[in-house]
Design a protein around this ligand. Structure first.
Ligand code: TRP
Length: 471
C-alpha cells in the first residue's frame, strides 16, 4: 500500500470538521424535518435517536476503522482487508455498492440543493414579501414545475461540488469545511432565537419530543433507521474514505461521538426552528419534500429582517449541502483514480457528467414525469402491506439508497468489523479501554446487525408475507 504518498488530514480537528461537514447537510435541515412531519413527530424522533446511538455510532467507528486500516478507496480497502484476514476478495463488492450508492444519492441531492440555491436570490430580492401560504406554495410549485430552471440550478450546484472535489483533500475539502462549518452553527443559533420568539416554540418542541406511538408505522421505523445512516453519512464508504486520510494515532471513538453528537444537534435544532414556524403559521407538518421551501419563506416574510434572515438561511443550507455532496462522490473519485490510473481532475469531470445525467431523473420527477409512478403492495391476511406508494423516480432513488443500500452496507460493515476482522487489529485501531471495547463489540456483533435485519424484514413485508404463508 502506498501509504507514504497518500494525502492525510492536517489535524484531528480538520478530520472532525470534515466528517461533520459530510454528516450535516440536507439530511438534517431538509429531510429530517419533512420525514418527521410525515411520520407524526415524537415517536419517529425517538426511534431515530435510538438508531443513532445503538447502530450509528458503533458502525461509524467500524467504518472509520476499516478506512484507516485499509488506506485506500472503499473497493480496494475491503479487498485488502479481506486478504489481510484471509477472507474472500468479494468483500470488495461492499465498496462497490458504496460507490454506486453515493453516486445515486448525489444525483438527487444536487437537484434538491439546487432548489435551495434558487431560493437564495428569491429571498434576497423579496419575492416572498407579504405573501400568503397559497402564494408561497405557488412559487415553490412554479419552481419545481420548470425542468429547465431545475436543470440550471442542479448544474450549478454540481459544478461547485466537482470543483472542490477536483482540488483534492488539502486544496479543496479542508478549506471548504474549515470556514463553512463554524458559520453554519452561528447561523442556526441566530435562527433558533427567532423561533423562540415566535410564540409557538413550546408547541414545536413538544411535537418533536413527545412520542405518540400510535402514529408510527413499519415503514416509519425503516425510514428512521435509514435516516440514521443517511444523516451520519454511513454505509457507503464516504466515512471510510475520510477515515483513510486519518493520521494513525487519532482516537476513532472520540471522533465518532463528536460527529454523531453535532449531527444530531443540528437536526434537532433544525426541527426546533422549523416546527414552531410551521405551527405559528398554521401550516401542514406533513407537507413532504417541499416542507422547508413552502413554510419557511412564509415565516420569514412575516418577521423583522425576514429578508435578511431568510436569505442567510438558504445560503446556510447550500453550504451544508456542499460539504456533504463532496463526500458523496469522493469514494467514486478515489476508486476511479486508483483503478484507471487517471488524474483527480479527469475522474471529477467524468463523474460530474455521469451524475448530471442521472440527476435528470429527479428533475423530471417533479414535472414532466411526475405521473410516472410505481406502487408496490403485498396483500396478506392482515391487510394490504404498502411498500411503495405512487413513487416517482426520485422517491424510488431515495428509498433504494437511504432505506436499502445504506443499511445493507452498514450491516456488512458491522459484520466484517465485528466478526471477521481479527480482534487484535480492531483492538489496536480503536485503542479504547477493555470495557468500551467490549461494549463496542456487543453493539457491532449483535445489536446493530439484529436491529437492521429485523427492521428490514418487517419493512419489506417479509414478516407479513411469511405470516401470510404460514397463517
Ligand atoms: N449526511 C449527509 C446529509 O445528511 C448526506 C451524505 C453525505 C451522505 N455523504 C453521505 C449520506 C454518505 C449517505 C452516505 O445530508
Amino acid at each position: 500500500m502506498s501509504e507514504a504518498k497518500r494525502e492525510q488530514w492536517s489535524s484531528r480537528l480538520v478530520f472532525i470538521l470534515a466528517a461533520t461537514g459530510s454528516a450535516v447537510g440536507l439530511g438534517n435541515i431538509w429531510k429530517f424535518p419533512y420525514i418527521t412531519g410525515e411520520n407524526g413527530g415524537g415517536a419517529f424522533v425517538l426511534i431515530y435517536l435510538c438508531c443513532i446511538a445503538a447502530i450509528g455510532i458503533p458502525i461509524m467507528m467500524a467504518e472509520i476503522m476499516l478506512g484507516r486500516r485499509g488506506r485506500h478507496d472503499p473497493v480496494t480497502t475491503m479487498q485488502n482487508l479481506a486478504k489481510e484476514s484471509g477472507h474472500s476478495r468479494s468483500w470488495g463488492l461492499l465498496g462497490w455498492m458504496g460507490v454506486i450508492a453515493g453516486f445515486l444519492i448525489l444525483s438527487y441531492y444536487s437537484v434538491i440543493a439546487g432548489w435551495a440555491m434558487a431560493y437564495v436570490p428569491k429571498m434576497a430580492l423579496g419575492a416572498f414579501n407579504a405573501l400568503d401560504a397559497k402564494a408561497v406554495d405557488n412559487i415553490f410549485n412554479t419552481l419545481v414545475g420548470n425542468p429547465w430552471l431545475l436543470i440550471v440550478w442542479h448544474s450549478l450546484f454540481l459544478f461547485l461540488t466537482m470543483i472542490v472535489v477536483a482540488r483534492g483533500v488539502h486544496g479543496g475539502l479542508e478549506k471548504a469545511v474549515t470556514y463553512l462549518m463554524p458559520m453554519l452553527f452561528v447561523l442556526l443559533l441566530i435562527l433558533l432565537v427567532y423561533a423562540m420568539d415566535s410564540g409557538y416554540f413550546l408547541q414545536g418542541v413538544s411535537y418533536l419530543f413527545n412520542p405518540d406511538f400510535s402514529k408510527i408505522t413499519t415503514e416509519g421505523v425503516l425510514t428512521a433507521m435509514g435516516h440514521a445512516f443517511f444523516t451520519l453519512s454511513l454505509g457507503m464508504g464516504a466515512i471510510m474514505v475520510y477515515g483513510s486520510y486519518l493520521p494513525a494515532h487519532t482516537s476513532i471513538a472520540q471522533a465518532s461521538i463528536v460527529v454523531a453528537f453535532m449531527d444530531t444537534l443540528v437536526a434537532l435544532l433544525a426541527g426546533m426552528i422549523i416546527f414552531p414556524v410551521v405551527f405559528a403559521n398554521g401550516l401542514e407538518a406533513g407537507a413532504g419534500p417541499g416542507l422547508i421551501f413552502k413554510t419557511l419563506p412564509l415565516a420569514f416574510s412575516h418577521m423583522n429582517y425576514g429578508t435578511f434572515f431568510g436569505t442567510l438561511f438558504f445560503i446556510l443550507i447550500v453550504f451544508a449541502a456542499w460539504t456533504s455532496s463532496i463526500s458523496l462522490i469522493e469514494p467514486a473519485i478515489t476508486w476511479a483514480m486508483n483503478n484507471f490510473n487517471i488524474s483527480r481532475m479527469k475522474a471529477s469531470i467524468v463523474a460530474g457528467v455521469l451524475v448530471w445525467f442521472t440527476g435528470l431523473l429527479t428533475v423530471f420527477s417533479f414535472n414532466l414525469a411526475s405521473d410516472f409512478t410505481i406502487s408496490s403492495t403485498i396483500s396478506t391476511h392482515y391487510g394490504e402491506f404498502v411498500i411503495l406508494k405512487d413513487a416517482t423516480a426520485f422517491d424510488l432513488l431515495d428509498y433504494l439508497t437511504a432505506n436499502i443500500m445504506l443499511p445493507l452496507g452498514g450491516l456488512m460493515i458491522a459484520i466484517y468489523a465485528g466478526w471477521l476482522m481479527k480482534q487484535e487489529y480492531s483492538r489496536q485501531e480503536l485503542n479504547i479501554s477493555h470495557f468500551w471495547y467490549t461494549i463496542w463489540t456487543v453493539l457491532v456483533r449483535y445489536i446493530a446487525p439484529a436491529m437492521v435485519i429485523v427492521v428490514f424484514l418487517n419493512a419489506m413485508g417479509i414478516v407479513a408475507f411469511v405470516r401470510n404463508v404460514i397463517g
